[in-house]
Design a protein around this ligand. Structure first.
Ligand code: XMP
Length: 322
């Protein structure tokens, strides 16, 4: 890889911030830049670096793709408002669900359903409309590494795959944190002034809940995994785990409800111990906690008859299902 990793032990967060702010200022010049904030650690750090460099000349958008967690868009907008950063919500639900319609292959979902709509349709238009020439994004070292290794196509890898973003989408892409892995990104987040709720958040994937719906991603199927995610997050937020999530399976299974046969959905729960998402071990969640999660999902998420817990490590499993 051409990119040189800055390991956590070698990171001087203040010097890093200073360097990146200077690079962003230089690259954007007197122009404008845009960035997408998802509320994850990476995009939150990039938003603050960009605002430090450009102030009002950075336009920050929250793309409501219909795949976010419950209440997430407004919560993130409110948190950034407290830091003096204005974030505009862009409703792109129909564009994303339109592109995801009928798509079941995982890589096609990431490529056609997420990457293409995000960079070409949504950002192509936003960048053009506001007259910006640069997109800032929070690609990190692991994203590039996994994509180049052929593990999976991370939604945000472009230039490293030979995509000329200026020719393909009409703007340049800057990646201020591409030399860092997650623990180092968190340190920079802390130093640049993010609240702890943001810099210590569990990771959340760029393709959002689409990475957790096996098979076709429809608004209805996304709503099921969203409801299960709310329960899993509320039950495991004190676990100290690296990441915890719910997955909706494609196959339905036979169950029994109110004395009658029920053919219903399967939700898989995952909870990971990891430092950088490169490898992971399933957390030893107490069985009583797993039962509480299962009972709540069955009672609160309509049509679910099966709840399982993934006990395979990464590799060969992955953190996300898609
Ligand atoms: P996997 O599923 O590859 O995930 O074991 C490793 C870490 O990366 C997150 N993830 C993504 N993050 N864009 C992202 O920004 C993506 O396309 C993407 N896919 C997975 C995942 O949540 C985990 O933390």
């Amino acid at each position: 890889m051409d990119i040189k990793e800055i390991q956590l032990k070698d990171l001087d967060p203040e010097a890093f911030i200073k360097d990146q702010v200077a690079s962003i200022s230089e690259a954007v010049g007197d122009g404008l830049a845009v960035n997408a904030l998802s509320g994850g650690v990476d995009s939150s750090v990039v938003t603050l670096l960009g605002h430090r460099a450009l102030g009002e000349r950075l336009k920050t958008y929250f793309i409501e793709n219909g795949l976010m967690r419950e209440g997430e868009p407004q919560h993130i907008v409110d948190l950034f408002a407290e830091m003096g950063v204005k974030v505009e919500i862009v409703d792109a639900k129909d564009q994303f669900f339109g592109a995801l319609k009928g798509v079941t292959d995982p890589e096609e979902k990431r490529d056609k359903g997420i990457t293409n709509v995000f960079y070409k349709d949504v950002f192509g238009k936003l960048v053009k409309d506001c007259g910006a020439n640069v997109l800032l994004q929070g690609t990190n070292y692991t994203d590039v590494e996994e994509t180049l290794a052929g593990v999976k196509r991370q939604h945000n890898i472009l230039e490293q795959l030979g995509i000329d973003t200026e020719a393909a989408y009409g703007y340049k892409v800057l990646e201020p944190i591409v030399q860092l892995r997650k623990p180092a990104v968190r340190e920079v987040g802390k130093a640049v002034g993010l609240p702890e709720e943001l810099f210590s958040r569990p990771p959340f994937p760029g393709p959002a809940l689409a990475a957790r719906v096996i098979g076709e991603v429809t608004p209805e199927r996304t709503a099921l995994v969203r409801a299960a995610t709310t329960i899993v997050e509320s039950e495991l937020c004190d676990s100290g785990a690296f990441q915890y999530l719910a997955i909706l399976h494609e196959d339905k299974v036979t169950g029994l409800r109110d004395g009658k046969r029920d053919f219903g959905h399967q939700i898989e729960v995952r909870c990971w111990e990891s430092t950088d998402a490169v490898t992971g071990e399933p957390t030893d969640v107490p069985f009583t906690k797993l039962r509480t999660i299962a009972d709540r999902i069955i009672a609160e998420v309509s049509g679910v008859v099966s709840v399982t817990y993934n006990i395979a490590p990464k590799p060969p499993s992955c953190i996300e299902a898609v």
